[in-house]
Design a binder for this molecule. Structure first.
Ligand SMILES: C[S@@+](CC[C@H](N)C(=O)[O-])C[C@H]1O[C@@H](n2cnc3c(N)ncnc32)[C@H](O)[C@@H]1O
Ligand SMILES: Nc1nc2[nH]cc(C(=O)O)c2c(=O)[nH]1
Ligand code: SF4
Ligand SMILES: [Mg+2]
Length: 210
Protein backbone atom coordinates (compact mmCIF):
# COMPACT_ATOMS: atom_id res chain seq x y z
CA UNK A 1 0.00 0.00 0.00
CA UNK A 2 1.25 3.45 -0.92
CA UNK A 3 0.48 6.06 1.73
CA UNK A 4 -1.51 9.23 1.06
CA UNK A 5 1.65 11.23 1.79
CA UNK A 6 3.66 9.40 -0.90
CA UNK A 7 0.79 9.81 -3.39
CA UNK A 8 0.83 13.55 -2.78
CA UNK A 9 4.61 13.70 -3.35
CA UNK A 10 4.18 11.77 -6.63
CA UNK A 11 1.42 14.22 -7.63
CA UNK A 12 3.87 17.09 -7.12
CA UNK A 13 6.67 15.29 -9.01
CA UNK A 14 8.84 15.13 -5.86
CA UNK A 15 8.72 11.36 -5.98
CA UNK A 16 8.45 9.40 -9.24
CA UNK A 17 7.77 5.72 -10.02
CA UNK A 18 11.28 4.65 -11.02
CA UNK A 19 11.40 1.55 -13.23
CA UNK A 20 15.13 1.39 -13.92
CA UNK A 21 18.19 3.54 -14.47
CA UNK A 22 21.31 2.68 -16.42
CA UNK A 23 24.43 4.19 -17.92
CA UNK A 24 24.67 3.40 -21.62
CA UNK A 25 25.05 4.90 -25.08
CA UNK A 26 22.08 6.84 -26.48
CA UNK A 27 21.06 4.50 -29.29
CA UNK A 28 18.56 6.61 -31.19
CA UNK A 29 18.14 9.94 -32.94
CA UNK A 30 20.36 13.01 -32.94
CA UNK A 31 22.52 12.05 -29.91
CA UNK A 32 23.07 8.42 -30.92
CA UNK A 33 26.55 7.27 -30.00
CA UNK A 34 26.78 9.58 -26.99
CA UNK A 35 27.20 8.17 -23.48
CA UNK A 36 24.25 9.07 -21.28
CA UNK A 37 22.56 8.03 -18.05
CA UNK A 38 18.99 6.84 -18.58
CA UNK A 39 16.21 7.27 -16.03
CA UNK A 40 13.12 5.24 -16.93
CA UNK A 41 9.95 6.43 -15.21
CA UNK A 42 6.97 4.04 -15.03
CA UNK A 43 3.45 4.87 -16.18
CA UNK A 44 2.04 5.13 -19.71
CA UNK A 45 -1.49 4.84 -21.08
CA UNK A 46 -0.71 5.52 -24.75
CA UNK A 47 -0.83 1.80 -25.55
CA UNK A 48 1.41 1.34 -28.63
CA UNK A 49 0.92 -2.35 -29.52
CA UNK A 50 4.59 -2.64 -30.53
CA UNK A 51 6.00 -0.84 -27.46
CA UNK A 52 9.36 -2.34 -26.49
CA UNK A 53 8.91 -1.58 -22.74
CA UNK A 54 5.38 -2.68 -21.90
CA UNK A 55 6.57 -3.53 -18.36
CA UNK A 56 6.78 0.23 -17.84
CA UNK A 57 3.07 0.88 -18.38
CA UNK A 58 1.71 0.12 -14.90
CA UNK A 59 3.11 2.82 -12.62
CA UNK A 60 1.93 0.84 -9.60
CA UNK A 61 4.61 -1.79 -10.17
CA UNK A 62 7.46 0.74 -9.91
CA UNK A 63 8.47 2.14 -6.52
CA UNK A 64 7.88 5.84 -5.84
CA UNK A 65 11.41 7.21 -5.54
CA UNK A 66 12.66 10.52 -4.20
CA UNK A 67 13.83 12.70 -7.13
CA UNK A 68 16.78 14.20 -5.27
CA UNK A 69 18.28 10.75 -4.72
CA UNK A 70 17.69 9.93 -8.42
CA UNK A 71 19.54 13.12 -9.41
CA UNK A 72 22.44 12.63 -6.94
CA UNK A 73 22.95 9.12 -8.28
CA UNK A 74 22.68 10.15 -11.96
CA UNK A 75 25.34 12.85 -11.48
CA UNK A 76 27.87 10.14 -10.55
CA UNK A 77 27.65 8.63 -14.03
CA UNK A 78 27.24 11.27 -16.73
CA UNK A 79 26.76 14.91 -17.67
CA UNK A 80 23.91 13.91 -19.96
CA UNK A 81 20.70 12.48 -18.53
CA UNK A 82 17.97 10.98 -20.70
CA UNK A 83 14.58 10.78 -19.01
CA UNK A 84 12.32 8.20 -20.64
CA UNK A 85 9.65 5.72 -19.70
CA UNK A 86 6.84 4.85 -19.84
CA UNK A 87 5.62 8.31 -20.64
CA UNK A 88 7.55 10.77 -18.47
CA UNK A 89 5.04 13.57 -19.10
CA UNK A 90 2.45 11.53 -17.20
CA UNK A 91 4.12 13.25 -14.24
CA UNK A 92 5.32 16.73 -13.29
CA UNK A 93 8.93 16.74 -14.50
CA UNK A 94 9.66 20.15 -12.90
CA UNK A 95 11.23 18.97 -9.63
CA UNK A 96 13.39 16.25 -11.27
CA UNK A 97 14.76 18.54 -13.98
CA UNK A 98 15.35 21.38 -11.48
CA UNK A 99 17.38 18.98 -9.41
CA UNK A 100 19.35 17.73 -12.46
CA UNK A 101 19.98 21.30 -13.73
CA UNK A 102 21.15 22.36 -10.24
CA UNK A 103 23.91 19.76 -10.73
CA UNK A 104 24.79 21.23 -14.15
CA UNK A 105 23.54 18.17 -16.01
CA UNK A 106 22.13 18.23 -19.53
CA UNK A 107 18.50 17.13 -19.51
CA UNK A 108 17.07 15.18 -22.44
CA UNK A 109 13.56 13.73 -22.68
CA UNK A 110 12.05 10.97 -24.81
CA UNK A 111 8.31 11.64 -25.04
CA UNK A 112 5.19 10.91 -27.04
CA UNK A 113 3.99 14.40 -26.12
CA UNK A 114 0.61 12.96 -25.10
CA UNK A 115 0.55 15.17 -21.99
CA UNK A 116 1.51 18.82 -21.45
CA UNK A 117 5.21 19.59 -21.28
CA UNK A 118 6.64 20.00 -17.79
CA UNK A 119 10.30 20.30 -16.80
CA UNK A 120 13.34 22.23 -18.01
CA UNK A 121 14.86 20.43 -21.01
CA UNK A 122 18.01 20.91 -23.07
CA UNK A 123 16.76 18.43 -25.67
CA UNK A 124 13.25 17.25 -26.48
CA UNK A 125 12.76 14.16 -28.64
CA UNK A 126 9.10 14.03 -29.67
CA UNK A 127 7.87 10.65 -30.93
CA UNK A 128 4.18 11.14 -31.75
CA UNK A 129 1.73 8.26 -31.59
CA UNK A 130 -1.44 7.97 -33.70
CA UNK A 131 -3.53 6.55 -30.87
CA UNK A 132 -2.86 9.51 -28.55
CA UNK A 133 -1.56 12.53 -30.45
CA UNK A 134 0.78 15.09 -28.89
CA UNK A 135 -0.75 18.13 -27.22
CA UNK A 136 -0.54 20.94 -29.81
CA UNK A 137 1.72 23.23 -27.78
CA UNK A 138 4.56 20.68 -27.61
CA UNK A 139 5.32 20.54 -31.36
CA UNK A 140 7.20 23.88 -31.63
CA UNK A 141 9.32 22.86 -28.59
CA UNK A 142 10.64 19.66 -30.17
CA UNK A 143 14.35 19.53 -31.07
CA UNK A 144 13.86 16.27 -32.92
CA UNK A 145 10.81 14.50 -34.30
CA UNK A 146 11.18 10.71 -34.34
CA UNK A 147 8.37 8.89 -36.11
CA UNK A 148 8.26 5.11 -35.74
CA UNK A 149 7.54 3.32 -39.03
CA UNK A 150 5.52 0.13 -38.56
CA UNK A 151 3.60 0.23 -41.86
CA UNK A 152 3.31 2.31 -45.04
CA UNK A 153 0.70 4.63 -43.59
CA UNK A 154 3.31 5.84 -41.11
CA UNK A 155 4.98 7.79 -43.95
CA UNK A 156 1.72 9.74 -44.40
CA UNK A 157 1.49 10.23 -40.63
CA UNK A 158 5.10 11.42 -40.55
CA UNK A 159 4.42 14.15 -43.14
CA UNK A 160 1.32 15.27 -41.19
CA UNK A 161 3.40 15.54 -38.04
CA UNK A 162 6.23 17.49 -39.66
CA UNK A 163 3.81 20.27 -40.57
CA UNK A 164 3.43 21.02 -36.85
CA UNK A 165 7.07 21.21 -35.65
CA UNK A 166 9.38 24.23 -35.85
CA UNK A 167 11.70 24.93 -38.81
CA UNK A 168 14.86 23.74 -37.02
CA UNK A 169 13.46 20.47 -35.78
CA UNK A 170 15.51 17.49 -36.98
CA UNK A 171 13.37 14.81 -38.62
CA UNK A 172 13.86 11.07 -38.14
CA UNK A 173 12.13 7.94 -39.34
CA UNK A 174 12.89 4.92 -37.15
CA UNK A 175 11.81 1.39 -38.08
CA UNK A 176 9.66 -0.45 -35.58
CA UNK A 177 12.05 -3.15 -34.38
CA UNK A 178 9.99 -6.27 -35.13
CA UNK A 179 9.41 -5.24 -38.78
CA UNK A 180 12.80 -3.66 -39.43
CA UNK A 181 13.79 -6.04 -42.23
CA UNK A 182 10.64 -5.15 -44.15
CA UNK A 183 10.51 -1.42 -43.39
CA UNK A 184 14.20 -0.42 -43.65
CA UNK A 185 14.25 -0.63 -47.49
CA UNK A 186 11.06 1.48 -47.66
CA UNK A 187 12.53 4.03 -45.23
CA UNK A 188 15.75 4.22 -47.28
CA UNK A 189 13.77 4.91 -50.48
CA UNK A 190 11.55 7.45 -48.71
CA UNK A 191 14.51 9.37 -47.26
CA UNK A 192 16.25 9.50 -50.64
CA UNK A 193 13.03 10.88 -52.18
CA UNK A 194 12.38 13.23 -49.21
CA UNK A 195 15.82 14.25 -47.94
CA UNK A 196 14.56 16.50 -45.17
CA UNK A 197 14.15 13.21 -43.29
CA UNK A 198 16.99 11.14 -41.79
CA UNK A 199 17.12 7.48 -40.77
CA UNK A 200 17.29 6.57 -37.07
CA UNK A 201 18.03 3.01 -35.99
CA UNK A 202 17.87 1.55 -32.48
CA UNK A 203 21.64 1.09 -32.53
CA UNK A 204 21.76 -0.11 -28.90
CA UNK A 205 19.87 -3.23 -29.97
CA UNK A 206 22.52 -3.99 -32.61
CA UNK A 207 25.24 -3.35 -30.03
CA UNK A 208 23.51 -5.57 -27.44
CA UNK A 209 23.63 -2.90 -24.79
CA UNK A 210 20.71 -1.58 -22.63
C1 LIG B 1 9.77 3.34 -24.95
S1 LIG B 1 9.53 4.97 -25.52
C2 LIG B 1 9.41 5.89 -23.98
C3 LIG B 1 9.21 7.37 -24.17
C4 LIG B 1 7.84 7.82 -24.68
N1 LIG B 1 6.77 7.07 -24.10
C5 LIG B 1 7.78 7.75 -26.19
O1 LIG B 1 7.11 6.86 -26.72
O2 LIG B 1 8.42 8.59 -26.82
C6 LIG B 1 11.18 5.44 -26.10
C7 LIG B 1 11.36 5.51 -27.60
O3 LIG B 1 11.31 4.20 -28.13
C8 LIG B 1 10.50 4.19 -29.29
N2 LIG B 1 10.03 2.82 -29.45
C9 LIG B 1 9.28 2.12 -28.57
N3 LIG B 1 9.06 0.87 -29.01
C10 LIG B 1 9.71 0.76 -30.21
C11 LIG B 1 9.86 -0.29 -31.17
N4 LIG B 1 9.27 -1.48 -30.99
N5 LIG B 1 10.59 -0.04 -32.27
C12 LIG B 1 11.17 1.17 -32.47
N6 LIG B 1 11.07 2.20 -31.60
C13 LIG B 1 10.34 2.02 -30.50
C14 LIG B 1 9.43 5.22 -28.96
O4 LIG B 1 8.74 5.70 -30.09
C15 LIG B 1 10.25 6.31 -28.32
O5 LIG B 1 10.83 7.12 -29.30
N1 LIG C 1 20.63 2.81 -25.45
C1 LIG C 1 19.36 3.21 -25.44
N2 LIG C 1 19.02 4.30 -26.16
C2 LIG C 1 17.72 4.69 -26.09
N3 LIG C 1 17.17 5.79 -26.68
C3 LIG C 1 15.89 5.87 -26.31
C4 LIG C 1 15.59 4.81 -25.47
C5 LIG C 1 14.32 4.70 -24.73
O1 LIG C 1 13.89 3.60 -24.40
O2 LIG C 1 13.74 5.75 -24.48
C6 LIG C 1 16.75 4.04 -25.34
C7 LIG C 1 17.12 2.85 -24.63
O3 LIG C 1 16.32 2.14 -24.00
N4 LIG C 1 18.45 2.50 -24.70
S1 SF4 D 1 4.06 6.02 -25.70
FE1 SF4 D 1 6.12 5.22 -25.44
S2 SF4 D 1 6.09 3.99 -23.52
FE2 SF4 D 1 3.97 4.46 -24.08
S3 SF4 D 1 3.32 2.63 -25.18
FE3 SF4 D 1 4.05 4.07 -26.75
S4 SF4 D 1 6.25 3.61 -27.01
FE4 SF4 D 1 5.57 2.59 -25.14
MG1 LIG E 1 14.26 1.81 -25.45
Amino acid sequence: MISEEVMQLVDKGEMLPLMEEFYTIQGEGYHKGTAAYFIRIGGCDVGCHWCDVKESWNAGTHPPTDIESIAINAAKYSDTIVVTGGEPLTWDMGPLTNSLKAKNLQTHIETSGAYPLSGDWDWICLSPKKNKLPVPEIYPQADELKVIVYNKHDFVFAEEQVAKVGPNCILYLQPEWSVRDKMVPLIVDFVMQNPKWKVSLQTHKYLNIP
